[in-house]
Design a protein around this ligand. Sequence first.
Ligand code: KIV
Length: 276
Amino acid sequence: MSAHTSPTQGPKRVRVHHLAEAKARGEKLAMLTAYDAVTAAIFDAAGMDILLVGDSIGNVMHGHATTIPVTVGDMIPAARAVARAAKRAFVVIDLPFGSYEAGPQQALETAVRVFKETGADAVKLEGGVRSAPQIRALTDAGIPVVAHLGYTPQSENLLGGPRVQGRGDSAVESLAADAQAVEEAGAVAVVLEMVPVDVAARITEIVRIPTIGIGAGPHCDGQVLVWTDMAGMTSWSPRFARRYAELGVALQQAAEDYVSEVKDSSFPDAEHSFDK
Ligand code: KIV
């Protein structure tokens, strides 16, 4: 299949109602992060249902150690590029740390701005019961919200780093209460990050909205990965991420070949030069 030719069946454009319909049919949702138009076009043509302009842009593209420094100003140009490139996928943009926690009014102001300026289809924010008022306010304003529970990277200082969440009876109960709270507040889907398999399966059973797992086992209604982990762009990936390619090695080899051909003058040759 050549790049940018879609192999997929299903809706021409994935809209919000297709997410719940997919869950009802038992059809899994495939979601990947994207931060620019080039990769968004490739993933869209590959049949990705959802593209997430994640605040992981901070770690993955901007060289930060965490997502905490990411700003709305970092997210908007990335989401704009992804939304322009996506012909079929449902595009979700993360609200970064500090842009919604103060309350429903702050969340609404941020979400209205990113919606107007990017063309994204939904926003994502972290937190369960504590973020339910924000989810309700955005939903009431016509902005679909994807929630994010389990390990929530914006709270990594409180959680002590990337650790599995929802272990132990009280943690399971509180995760289930969070999932029900975001559903009742109007969330259209919920990401479950680093949650034990049986806990993610139970939450998937008790909510009607799709659960999208990352390090949450096979029973979620869909899966999401950070694209650079999935494509093997870096030497290390988290344990839950399968590497479907080794693009980092391939790219370094291509760059080394280019350096060497420039140095020995074998590039450019006649084929890559113009006659008068
Ligand atoms: O920002 C991101 O990439 C995410 C995924 C880990 C779900 O939120």
